[in-house]
Design a protein around this ligand. Structure first.
Ligand code: FE
Length: 141
């Protein structure tokens, strides 16, 4: 992973081949002390696990993709929970025929490149609180 900070306070993050995206984003937030922000990216990945949250059962089911896919969109936010970065990412991946799949990003390993831009919301820390009714860790605003 390589990190470059822009003069306006945003970051460019390059996650490299063989590295897992969610894990690396946590590491990035810890090293740069980012508490709240937003994420936008593209790239190429393999061994992807996507989550689907069922609001009725309040459980996630998983879809696993083992081949290589383009990341046509990686989007999400950074907040903070229990003294750790809380990385919430959603992804759309596309296969060689252009078919797309999407969901909550549980894990994905970079197969080619992963180029991410991170914006930091300075002066604010947004936490997470578990909502019993919804079954999710919602933003604590
Ligand atoms: Fe999600």
């Amino acid at each position: 992973m390589k990190i470059k900070k822009w003069s306006d306070g945003s970051y460019i993050v390059r996650i490299d081949k063989g590295e897992e995206i969610v894990e690396k984003m946590k590491e990035f937030c810890l090293s740069e002390k980012i508490k709240t922000g937003w994420v936008s990216g593209i790239g190429a990945v393999r061994d992807i696990t996507l989550g689907f949250f069922d609001p009725n059962t309040k459980q996630y089911s998983e879809n696993i993709f083992e081949d290589s896919y383009e990341v046509s969109n990686l989007n999400g936010n950074i907040t903070w929970k229990d003294d750790s970065p809380y990385i919430h990412l959603h992804i759309t991946i596309a296969d060689k025929d252009g078919r797309a799949y999407g969901g909550h990003l549980t894990r994905a390993t970079v197969s080619g490149a992963c180029e991410i831009v991170v914006g930091e919301a300075s002066g604010v820390v947004v936490g997470r609180v578990f909502d019993e009714e919804v079954g999710l860790n919602l933003m604590d605003l």
